[in-house]
Design a protein around this ligand. Structure first.
Ligand code: C2E
Ligand code: CA
Ligand code: CA
Length: 692
């Protein structure tokens, strides 16, 4: 049998070794491995079971076919139990043993392949498990009901919950309320097979336990979800989901900081212009919907530039910061305080019952600023001017409301600052007019739109014109002639008054020079100075040089100033008046009696003339003696000053003024201001009122 078997089983590449005893077999096996052993049950020095036993003890992989003459079934069972792969009984047919060998070899080959395969699988699984479990992302699977069926360990750290707490719990429990609808929709689409996955940003709840107070109770993640296909699902009840969630809170916070900076003022950390506008637009839309009222305040710090110039920018900045803080405290939650830039703030009161509510808050703001700010430079006081516009009364758009609040603020500034005021439509048209006038005024001199008018000053005693007041007119191409009361303040504000005054001075001197050439050598010309001119340090030299250019003796000019000009900086004003007087000019106080205390400064200012304001002249009617005019004439006499009465409209007034000792007069009763040609006629033929 030992000799025949290699022949009947021969195949190309197959090799055979034959052994006659158990001992020989074991010796061979110790030397090398085989694929298959055909093992006789009975051998000269023992049974085949000894070999089987040896193989199993040495964990050998050789397949074994036991060949035996034993009839007993338990011999076969013993052999198979001992590890044999098949059992062939003697005597056997050649085909039988060939079949057995073939099938055992086939089976062991399969087994080996399987083992290799599962080894590879195990390695691959280990790799994937490692990758999943050590991933910095949260990786999970959901079952068909949307409950966690797997989570990687990242869950603990990211969500503050252990995996066992989360398993079998619905994913939606973690989603923040504001994101729930959206998430529900995405999951449903996956379940319905309408989606092949999604990529969303959403917020997941974090377990507050073990979080520091300033940490967020949620974490923002970018979640990538992919539905599982049916084949991957254990049961086939619907479809689950793979999910990978990456923590993007850090990035979000960085984005928030950038956004914050885009919408806030660096210095005060208040909302800036952009954000204010945004909130205002929103509030207007809401107020419109519920037919409510809202208020916009425009707040400007009074004389901030001076504080900045005096104490430096660091103190200016500190003041703005402190101011912002104090302003903020006067407001309620829901109100917006913003800094537009510089010393300008705005307030949005999105929900007020009536105008009085806004007024209450404005008053609170003004009060809150009554105490000084304790800054490094010492205690500094700051007041503000507040303009208020109401929706819908004063405007229906964010832009109109802000602009109108600004217009109202501007009005507060002009009337003494430190206070508040509501917008009214009259203000607006006024304001618009100003703005357009200001634009038109640029270039008015070059376009020769300005003209000087003259009004005669007559002496009743001498029955002739002794002087002229030069009065400025603007022939506006559209609006016709405009008086100085309208455009001089505009020019002052726009910084154009200097040029205007110079033009007037030249023009007046040129005219006077012509009249002097015509023989009117004792004619005197009165000119109005604006407070701005009077404030200029080089004013006196300027006037002197112009007068010299036109060869006018200074004593033929009278410069009219107002009481308020002298009060502004009394010391500097005294010097100027004195210099002008010493140079020979006349200096008159215009609108005398309407300003401040009159007597004390008359001693101080060496003026030469008082012009009685027309409001006193107007009251001159009937036989009663007017006490104010008596007083003024008394003062003039006492101080040796000339007197001119203005605004004389009736013969009766002229009479009474004369009786009171005022001889020189000016007014419609004699002549209104008129252009040069007319003025020239008065020089030759005095206006009719001059004759009694
Ligand atoms: P003012 O100096 O008090 O000038 C007198 C104003 O009274 C003039 O108004 C004149 O037309 C007006 N007036 C004259 N007689 C009568 C009268 O009988 N009844 C009434 N009701 N009014 C009379 P005007 O020309 O409109 O000038 C207004 C103001 O503008 C002037 O007041 C003066 O303060 C200022 N002003 C005029 N010209 C100039 C100028 O060249 N430069 C500057 N800075 N201010 C000027
Ligand atoms: Ca005047
Ligand atoms: Ca006057």
């Amino acid at each position: 049998m030992r000799r025949t078997l290699p022949q009947v089983l021969a195949l190309p590449g197959r090799q055979f070794d034959a052994c006659g005893t158990v001992a020989e077999t074991l010796a061979r096996l110790a030397e090398q491995n085989y694929e298959l052993i055909l093992l006789d049950y009975r051998l000269p020095d023992g049974t085949g079971l000894v070999v089987l036993d040896w193989l199993s003890r040495h964990r050998r992989e050789e397949a074994v076919i036991m060949i035996s003459g034993e009839d007993a079934i338990d011999a076969a069972i013993g052999a198979l139990r001992g590890g044999a792969d098949d059992f062939v009984r003697k005597p056997y047919h050649v085909a039988q043993i060939q079949r057995a060998v073939h099938s055992v070899l086939h089976r062991t080959a399969l087994e080996r392949a399987n083992r290799a395969m599962s080894q590879r699988l195990r390695a691959s699984e280990r790799l994937h498990r490692y990758l999943v479990e050590s991933s910095p992302d949260l990786i999970f699977t959901l079952d068909a009901e949307g409950r966690f069926s797997y989570l990687n360990p990242r869950a603990d750290e990211l969500l503050g919950l252990s995996r066992s707490q989360l398993l079998k719990r619905p994913f939606m429990l973690l989603v923040m309320p504001e994101d729930q609808d959206r998430m529900q929709g995405l999951l449903q689409a996956c379940r319905d097979g309408q989606s092949s996955g999604f990529n969303v940003e959403l917020r997941l709840r974090r377990n507050r336990h073990g979080l520091a107070d300033d940490e967020h109770a949620f974490v923002t993640v970018a979640l990538n979800g992919v539905p599982m296909t049916n084949a991957e699902q254990d049961g086939n009840s619907g479809i689950g989901l793979y999910g990978v969630a990456r923590d993007i809170s850090e990035r979000k916070r960085a984005e928030e900081i950038i956004t914050f900076q885009a919408y806030h003022d660096q210095l005060t950390r208040l909302p800036n212009r952009v954000l204010f506008r945004d909130r205002l637009e929103l509030a207007v839309a809401q107020a419109q919907r519920r037919a409510g009222t809202l208020a916009v305040m425009f707040i400007d710090v009074d004389r901030f530039k001076r504080i900045n110039d005096t104490y430096g920018h660091a103190v200016g900045d500190a003041l703005l910061r402190n101011l912002a803080e104090r302003l903020g405290k006067t407001l309620r939650r829901g109100d917006t305080l913003a800094r537009l830039g510089g010393d300008e703030f705005t307030v949005l009161l999105p929900d007020i019952g009536c105008a009085e509510d806004a007024q209450t808050i404005a008053r609170k703001i003004v009060d809150a600023l009554s105490a000084p700010f304790m800054l490094s430079a010492g205690p500094i006081r700051a007041s503000v001017s507040i303009g208020i516009a109401l929706y819908p009364r004063d405007g229906r758009s964010a832009e109109d409301l802000t602009r109108h609040a600004d217009v109202a603020m501007y009005k507060v500034k002009r009337s003494g600052k430190n206070g508040f005021r509501f917008f009214d439509t009259e203000l607006d048209s006024h304001h618009r007019q100003r703005v357009s006038l200001e634009n038109d005024l640029h270039g008015a001199i070059e376009r020769a739109e300005l003209a000087l008018y003259f009004q005669p000053q007559v002496s009743l005693a001498q029955r002739r014109v002794v002087g002229m007041e030069a009065l400025l007119r603007w022939n506006h191409p559209l609006h016709g002639q405009i008086g100085p009361a309208t455009f001089v303040p505009v020019a002052e504000e726009a910084g154009m008054i200097g040029a205007l005054s110079r033009w007037v001075l030249h023009q007046a001197c040129r005219q006077l020079a012509l009249w002097r050439q015509a023989g009117h050598l004792d004619l005197r010309l009165s000119l109005n100075l604006s407070p701005h001119d009077f404030g200029q340090p080089e004013m006196v030299e300027d006037i002197l040089s112009i007068v010299e250019q036109h060869r006018i003796p200074p004593n033929r000019l009278e410069l009219e100033i107002t009481e308020s000009m002298m009060m502004q900086d009394a010391c500097a004003a005294t010097t100027k008046v004195r210099t002008l007087r010493e140079a020979g000019f006349g200096v008159a106080i215009d609108d005398f009696g309407t300003g401040y205390s009159s007597l004390s400064y008359l001693q101080q200012f060496p003026v030469s003339c008082l012009k009685i304001d027309r409001s006193f002249v107007r009251e001159l009617h009937g036989p009663t003696i007017n006490p104010i005019i008596s007083a003024i004439t008394g003062i003039a006499r006492g101080f040796g000053l000339q007197l001119i009465a203005e605004g004389v409209e009736q013969a009766e007034q002229a009479q009474m003024l004369r009786a009171l000792g005022c001889d020189i007069m000016q007014g419609y009763h004699f002549a209104p201001p008129a252009a040069t040609a007319e003025a020239e006629r008065w020089l030759r033929h005095p206006p009719k009122g001059v004759m009694p």
